[in-house]
Design a binder for this molecule. Structure first.
Ligand code: SAM
Length: 417
């Protein structure tokens, strides 16, 4: 059978909520009758705005089937979000008052109300508008006037529906709720009728309610409400966030290690460039070519550092780096802070950077705490072979090596990384 609506109607309903979230940026959202958490999964992508996302359904088995799809992905740990996002799922009925559901910015109830008996609709109104008393509520429900256009339908759209309202019935209930609890409402919907039949209205009718007091936190049943927690928590997860100091520290350390290694490579490359330059100059004197230095310049142009293009000239960096007496390369902390964009952004201040790195075993500090020390590579002597080694024996580099000996194995930076 050809789908009647494109995109399918349930997607259009969820998209309506997503569009509302994009526009109004609520921070705390609860979806009542969340079923298999489809809407919650869509909303979780808006975690820049939302910091608490809650789902409630009377049918715990239904929720459990798909709830793990809300868990963070490995990529969420590699690139934690700046803000916080917690997701909680509860088993419970919308006819019960649970104090954890108060003070929300948005409550959604998508195709739920028609599953309630008239008495339960009464409770639902009191719980949602009177007790939870959020800033906004979105309620969608079938529009029975559209039913004659649904091919082969006799009776209600679902066997569990207790009623299906006409637009007038829905509006009358909604306006009464507004009057009683201090809200205003706009009526709209999704799923348009074929051309010429639009007078029946939308297939799903939607009421968007706004609290006239904003998110006041005030509720009509506040006496003993604080102590009521009838819902059962089924699932709870916190997304990795930079606001978590451990995660911030982990990302920062990764960034610092990445930059220090690249700066070390750059420093080594600059040192060998200086040597090559002398060598090339000598070659030129003897009528040789300067291909060594040309190759070096080409390689330099392509280099990026930790994903970011490094501004030329490169020697600016190298001048601030030096080999200390123990044979470690010293990288000033303020250079890391001011030249490595993400390091600066994550730490905020230089002092904070020092503080966040202070207890980190993979980061070695100079005695004065002003620089990060990096193990220099040993391959300079091992990989370059005897011939080159003889040349180096004459240089100042060899003097330093002789003086300092080789770095300790236990401090092998490369392995640590
Ligand atoms: N809102 C979801 C969506 O848009 O896909 C699911 C809608 S489904 C038609 C109705 C849901 O309401 C079911 O998951 C059902 O278990 C839930 N429900 C029915 N009565 C409820 C109640 N009293 N309290 C909470 N949830 C209820």
């Amino acid at each position: 059978m050809e789908p009647l609506f494109l995109p399918p109607l349930h997607r259009q309903r969820h998209q309506f909520v997503v569009d509302f979230v994009k526009q109004h940026k609520p921070q705390k959202v609860v979806d009542l009758g969340c079923g298999q958490c489809e809407l919650l999964k869509k909303l979780k992508w808006f975690h820049r705005e939302i910091d608490l996302l809650v789902g409630v359904d009377v049918n715990g088995t239904r929720v459990k089937k798909k709830m793990h799809g809300l868990a963070p992905m490995p990529a969420d740990y590699l690139q934690p979000i700046d803000d916080q996002l917690s997701i909680e799922l509860y088993q419970g009925s919308v006819t019960q008052r649970d104090a954890r559901l108060r003070g929300f910015d948005l409550v959604t109830s998508i195709e739920l109300i028609e599953h309630l008996t008239p008495d339960d609709v009464q409770c639902f109104s009191e719980v949602v508008f009177g007790f939870m008393n959020p800033a906004a509520v979105i309620i969608s429900t079938p529009n029975s006037e559209f039913n004659p256009l649904l091919p082969g339908l006799s009776g209600f759209r679902h066997s569990d529906h207790k009623f299906e309202w006409t637009r007038a019935e829905f509006q009358s209930w909604a306006l009464e709720v507004c009057l009683r609890f201090g809200f205003e409402v706009e009526f709209t919907g999704v799923g348009t009728a074929p051309s010429g039949l639009e007078s029946v209205g939308f297939c799903s009718q939607i009421g968007v309610f706004h609290n006239l007091k904003g998110r006041s936190g005030h509720n009509f049943y506040c006496d003993d409400a604080e102590d009521e927690f009838p819902y059962t928590l089924m699932y709870s997860v916190k997304y990795p966030s930079m606001r978590d100091n451990n995660i911030l520290r982990r990302v920062l350390v990764g960034e610092v290690l990445c930059w220090t290694q690249r700066l070390r490579s750059r420093w080594e490359s600059d040192k060998s460039f200086e040597r090559d330059k002398d060598c090339t100059w000598n070659e030129g004197e003897r009528g040789g070519n300067d291909c060594l230095s040309v190759q070096h310049e080409e390689a330099r142009e392509e280099q990026t550092v930790c994903g970011a293009q490094v501004a030329e000239p490169e020697f600016g960096f190298s001048r601030d780096l030096f080999r200390d007496q123990s044979g470690f390369l010293s990288v000033p902390l303020n250079l890391l802070w001011s030249h490595c964009p993400k390091v600066g952004a994550l730490s905020g201040t230089l002092e904070n950077l020092r503080h966040l790195l202070s207890d980190e075993p993979s980061v070695k500090f100079s005695q004065d705490g002003d620089a990060v020390l990096i193990q220099l590579q040993e391959e300079e002597s091992e990989e370059k072979g005897e011939e080159e080694h003889d040349d180096l024996e004459d240089s100042r580099y060899a003097e330093v090596r002789e003086h300092c000996g080789t770095p300790e194995q236990g401090q092998d930076w490369e392995t640590n990384v």
